[in-house]
Design a protein around this ligand. Structure first.
Ligand SMILES: [Zn+2]
Ligand SMILES: [Zn+2]
Length: 423
C-alpha cells in the first residue's frame, strides 16, 4: 500500500476523492504485495468430510472447502476469501447445500488493475453482489449449451468470466474488434462488472503454475466443471493437443484423474470456454435458459491495432524473485507524450518509471511465486487531457517469467525454448 500511495497520480486522486471512493475510481490495487501464504496443496488435511462429487469440507474454527484435483486436496478459496478492498466484506464467501456450492462474491479484482475509467473505457469498476450456485456433481449434457453474454463462470477470486464477444457481438480478443483489456486481462462493462475474456494471468492459484505439469484450477464454469490453466503436461499446452485428448469445442476434455474439465487457451479462440459441456445452472445467468445448442464460433476479422503505440518491450523474459529494468520503446506517432503515470506488466506494477525520448524505463519486481511461462501483457497510463481519464496504451504478450534454471536451459539448448509455451 505504501508503494501505491507514493504514486504521484494516486496521491492526487486520494486527495481529490477521499479514500472511501478510492475503490471506485482508482486502480483496484490491494494490499496483496506480500507473498501469498498458501496452504500445502499436496497434504491431505485430517477430518475432511466429502460433501459430494470432488468437493470436501473441513469444519473447524472456520469452514474450509477443498477440491480433489487429481488426488490433491486443494483449498481453492481461502486465499481469495480475504477482504482485499477493505469494505468489511470478504471477496468471496462459500457455503453449500445438498446440490450446490453457494458462492457470494463481490466480483472485485484482488490484483492490481488499470485505472478505470480511462481513454479506452468509460466505465468504472464497482463492487458486485453476486450469488452463484455451482453444481457439486456436474452432469455432462447430451448437447452443448451456448455460453450467453454476461457472466459464464467465475475465477477463484470471484471475478467473472465472460464469453469472447463484446456487446456488438464481435471478438473482443483478436482482430480489428479487439477491446482494451488491462494487463490483468480484465475490464469493467457498463454496470461496473470487472470481467475476464481470456486467461487472467494475474490470478493467484493455491499453487503457482510452473508449466511443468497439468495446470491448477483457476475457476469454474456455471455447469460446475473446473477451468484449469493452459498446461496439460510439462511444456505442453492443452490447446496444442492433437490426439484423442484434444480439447473439444467447449475447450474441455476428460482424463481418469480429473474427469471432465476445461482449459484456458491463450491466443486461441475461445480462450476460456466455448460452450457448456455440462448442464449449466440457470440461476447464475438468466440468459442461459434462452441459449441455443452449439458452441460459439470465432468471428475475428482483420488486424488488431491495439499494440501499435508500443514498438518493443525488452527483455522478453524475466526471472522470479528479482527486480528488472524493462525497456519499453514507444511509437512517437501514436503514443502519448510525457512520462507514464503508471506502468504494469501482468500483475507487476512498476516501482520507478523514467522516459528518455521514445523509451520508457520501468523497474518491476517479479515475485518469487510468479507463474512461469505465461505470456504477460503490458499497459501504460498517461495523465490525460480530461481529469480522471488517463490515456492508456497496451501491448499483448510482451514478457514471460522464467526461473533461473530455465534461463540456463534456454541458453544451452535453443531447441528447448518452447518448453515454456507462449502464444
Ligand atoms: Zn468485456
Ligand atoms: Zn487437462
Amino acid at each position: 500500500m505504501l508503494r501505491f500511495l507514493t504514486h504521484s497520480r494516486m496521491a492526487r486522486l486520494l486527495i481529490a476523492l477521499g479514500a472511501s471512493c478510492l475503490a471506485q475510481y482508482a486502480h483496484a490495487t490491494t494490499s496483496d504485495d506480500a507473498p501469498a501464504q498458501r496452504p500445502d496443496a499436496s497434504a491431505k488435511p485430517a477430518d475432511l468430510k466429502q460433501i459430494a462429487g470432488r468437493w470436501y469440507v473441513h469444519m473447524g474454527e472456520k469452514t474450509t472447502y477443498y477440491y480433489n484435483d487429481a488426488g490433491h486436496f486443494v483449498d481453492l478459496f481461502s486465499y481469495h476469501a480475504r477482504d482485499s478492498n477493505k469494505d468489511g466484506v470478504a471477496n468471496v464467501r462459500i457455503r453449500h447445500d445438498s446440490r450446490f456450492l453457494l458462492v457470494d462474491s463481490q466480483g472485485y479484482p484482488n490484483h492490481p488493475t488499470a485505472v478505470f475509467p480511462n481513454s479506452k473505457n468509460p466505465n468504472r469498476i464497482r463492487v458486485q453482489d453476486f450469488h452463484f450456485r455451482f453444481p457439486l456433481e456436474p452432469v455432462r449434457n447430451t448437447e452443448v449449451t451456448r455460453v450467453p453474454m454476461g457472466p459464464i463462470g467465475m475465477a477463484l477470486n470471484g471475478v467473472v468470466f465472460f464469453n469472447p464477444f463484446e456487446a456488438g457481438g464481435m471478438n473482443a480478443i483478436e482482430g480489428y474488434s479487439e477491446v482494451w483489456l488491462d494487463s490483468c486481462c480484465g475490464h469493467p462493462q457498463q454496470t461496473g462488472i470487472y470481467h475476464y475474456h481470456k486467461f487472467p494471468s494475474c490470478l493467484k492459484t493455491p499453487f503457482p503454475d510452473e508449466g511443468r505439469g497439468h495446470s491448477p484450477i483457476i475457476g469454474f464454469a456455471f455447469d460446475g466443471f473446473p477451468v484449469h490453466g493452459p498446461y496439460e503436461s510439462s511444456g505442453a499446452m492443452a490447446r496444442d493437443l492433437k490426439d484423442e485428448h484434444a480439447l473439444d469445442v467447449c475447450n474441455g476434455h476428460a482424463d481418469p484423474a480429473r474427469g471432465y474439465h476445461y482449459h484456458v487457451t491463450p491466443g486461441r479462440f475461445p480462450y476460456l470456454i466455448g460452450g457448456y459441456a455440462g448442464v449449466p445452472e440457470p440461476s447464475n445467468n438468466r440468459m442461459i435458459t434462452r441459449m441455443p445448442a452449439g458452441a460459439i464460433t470465432n468471428n475475428a476479422e482483420g488486424e488488431s491495432r491495439m499494440g501499435q503505440a508500443i514498438r518493443a518491450v525488452t527483455p522478453g523474459s524475466v526471472e522470479r524473485g528479482r527486480t528488472h529494468a524493462i525497456r519499453i520503446t514507444l511509437d512517437p506517432r501514436s503514443a502519448p507524450r510525457g512520462t507514464p503515470a503508471w506502468v504494469q506488466i501482468g500483475p507487476f506494477e512498476a516501482r520507478k518509471i523514467e522516459r528518455k525520448g521514445d523509451v520508457v524505463l520501468a523497474e518491476i519486481a517479479v515475485s518469487r511465486d510468479a507463474a512461469l511461462g505465461v505470456m504477460l501483457d503490458a499497459h501504460l497510463e498517461f495523465d490525460g487531457a480530461q481529469p480522471n481519464r488517463a490515456a492508456v496504451i497496451k501491448r499483448n504478450g510482451v514478457l514471460r517469467v522464467v526461473d533461473s534454471g530455465a534461463t540456463v536451459l534456454r541458453q544451452s539448448a535453443g531447441a528447448k525454448e518452447d518448453r515454456n509455451g507462449g502464444r
